[in-house]
Design a protein around this ligand. Structure first.
Ligand code: HEC
Ligand code: HEC
Length: 377
């Protein structure tokens, strides 16, 4: 039997939502989105965009963007997702939009160590950049969401408290004279449902790409003058297993570079002097001792623009990050074997930082990530 898309995902969402107790900040600040009775589910409303799928143009240095079959990207879906991303009515008291913590002016990351308004179970984490999140095998520092769709409103909720508010947000959006027509354009009918909101925002997120940096032009574009001599030295240290060993986790492939292996590692960050973890990270999801204090390797794209650094935003500058690695992190029983004792001279450290600054990309114009950030210099 062929299930209609709306049916199967509604069932999927209900199940995952009631199972987990962890709250994504979005479940906290955007509680209105997180009902157990998902508006639209009852009516079997399809959440698959109906228009002609588009190819997302990828800048130099990035592979093709993976797109799930159930949520093809269309121009109208991207436009709707973009509008929703900047719409404060998604939050409980219309105070926050996605862009309040993923600031386009801060490369879709948050200049605050911990996002304001984040009071969830994991209110100790820094909001990562959304650039190239489209490629991640799982979302969040602990990987608790399997896809961008599942991540939008968080995989887990407190259904009892939030049920009414889910209806509320849909009602909010329905009141807007523009939304029903926009939903109709994307999905074929004017129904506004949480699933449709998820799918549209995920499509927009897939267009937030950063590539064509000086590094890409040097490495993949054959432009040998794109990097300075210092940056070229930094790149060599970054790659060399016996020097920086950075690429062991922040990977560079033959034809593209995501600067993440999409895996979880304990690099010792966030462990106190007594070996205690403020945040056990991936362990919360898997309950495997070996995952204690492990976090998903973040991309290093646009890294010079997205501080402060690490899951807890503890390190303020790139110099501090390099100092940290040079000191081999904080030792603890779960430290990744790739975090070796490395010897970096003062010059090596400066070279590495200079190299990291070459990873600031430029976003293709036609993707229009945000009004104030059409081009990245
Ligand atoms: C109150 C601040 C805040 C708001 C509002 C917010 N986020 Fe986030 N976001 C965060 C934080 C903090 C994290 C990291 C949480 C974690 O890993 O546990 C995060 C993580 C993410 C990730 C995972 C990225 C990665 O590299 O793993 C995505 C994608 C994301 N948010 C998208 C969104 C979208 C879409 C919205 C709007 C529906 C949104 N966020 C609203 C703070 C916020
Ligand atoms: C064992 C895998 C591994 C190796 C090797 C590694 N990293 Fe990381 N890196 C990670 C993980 C995992 C995080 C996130 C850790 C956390 O937040 O607790 C991270 C975080 C970072 C960050 C902060 C990113 C952000 O968005 O906050 C930078 C910068 C960084 N690494 C650069 C480097 C450099 C430079 C090297 C080489 C000297 C290196 N890394 C070696 C896995 C690794």
């Amino acid at each position: 039997m062929k299930l209609r898309f709306g049916q199967s995902t509604c069932a999927r969402n209900r199940q995952t939502r009631s199972k987990s107790r962890v709250l994504h900040f979005a479940a906290v600040v955007l509680p209105a989105l997180s009902g157990i009775v998902l508006p639209g589910c009852e009516r079997n409303v399809s959440s698959k965009p109906t228009g002609t799928p588009v190819t997302i143009a990828t800048p130099l240095g990035l592979p093709t963007v993976p797109i799930p079959v159930h949520n093809p990207v269309t121009a109208d879906a991207i436009a709707l997702g973009r509008k929703l991303f900047y719409d404060r009515r998604l939050s409980n008291q219309s105070t926050l939009s996605c862009a309040s913590c993923h600031l386009p002016s801060h490369d879709f990351s948050d200049p605050h160590r911990i996002s304001l308004g984040f009071h969830g179970a994991h209110g100790t984490r820094h909001a990562p950049t959304l650039f190239n999140a489209a490629y991640l095998p799982s979302q969040f520092w602990d990987g608790r969401a399997a896809s961008l769709e599942a991540q939008v409103i968080g995989p887990a909720f407190n259904p009892v408290e939030m049920d009414n508010t889910a209806q509320g947000v849909v009602a909010n959006l329905e009141k807007d004279p523009e939304y029903p027509a926009l939903f109709q354009k994307v999905f074929g009918t004017p129904d506004i449902t949480i699933e449709r909101v998820e799918n549209a925002i995920a499509s927009y997120e897939r267009t937030l790409l950063s590539g064509n940096s000086a590094f890409d032009r040097y490495e993949f574009g054959g432009e040998k003058t794109a990097l300075t001599a210092q940056q070229i030295r930094g790149l060599a240290i970054f790659r060399d297993p016996n020097r920086g060993n950075c690429a062991a986790c922040h990977t560079i492939n033959a034809h593209y570079a995501l600067f993440t292996d999409g895996k979880f590692h304990n690099i010792g960050e966030g462990v106190d002097d007594e070996g205690k973890f403020d945040d056990t990270g991936r362990f919360d999801r898997t309950h495997l001792a070996s995952d204690t204090g492990a976090f998903e390797t973040p991309t290093l794209r646009d890294i010079a623009e997205t501080g402060p650094y690490m899951h807890d935003g503890r390190l303020k500058t790139l110099d501090a990050v390099i100092q940290y690695y040079a000191g081999q992190g904080n030792s603890n029983p779960f430290l990744d074997k790739e975090i070796k004792k490395i010897h970096l001279s003062a010059q090596d450290r400066g070279d590495l930082v200079a190299f990291l600054k070459s990873l600031t990309g430029n976003t293709p114009l036609d993707e229009k990530p945000a009004p104030e950030r059409a081009v990245h210099p």
